[in-house]
Design a binder for this molecule. Sequence first.
Ligand code: SAM
Length: 224
Amino acid sequence: MGGLQQRPRERGEHGLVRRRFVERLRRNGIRDPRVLEAFAQVRRHELVPEALRGRAYADTPLPIGEGQTISAPGIVAAMTQALELRGDETVLEVGTGSGYQTAILSRLAARVISIERVPRLAAAARRALDAFAVTNVVVHLGDGTQGRPADAPYDAIVITAGGPEIPEPLLGQLAVNGRLVGPCGPRGAQELVRIRRVSLRRFARESLGACRFVDLIGAHGWVG
Ligand code: SAM
């Protein structure tokens, strides 16, 4: 399942570097074979500024303009694995950024709804996803802290920027048995959390460790 067409095995410098990068992810605890395969397929170097392509497979965030970053691939992989996707889910992503995690998710779920608040980034991500021949993603422009009730409930929700708390509307749009993964907490002391909706009224929350993300700005995030 997933919305990217199969491509022949990539040759050359970036293909080799990416195979080593996936080996590193495996050594660092990414064990889900579907997640590893998605990271092997998505060409991160095509989503970073030309001058930074040589660092595209280092485990580091890189600037993508508008004061925003493409997240470090290690944390993207950990968050993706924590969503426990099987292939038939509808996923909401808050914070499209470069579209990197969006492209990864498109290979692991049936449908991805992604929301980005910065118009230029949303437009660039749409172009990149088109170039990757992704067919199961819609990128919306807006405040992702409100979610998108029209497509809810979501089997999985990932938030790629950090607000003071996990936005309440997103919890309301999570399906029963659904998983939400995202950062929250005061700037400089954020925690990555996973929340499972156990029943209509009960949520189980666990910490996945300390993290550092750019601001989640919106009605249920920080004031921009
Ligand atoms: N996963 C992305 C990638 O790999 O490129 C990284 C995303 S970047 C760390 C976080 C993104 O969240 C930024 O593009 C930022 O503009 C966006 N963002 C912040 N607040 C938002 C909101 N309320 N709604 C939608 N997007 C938001």
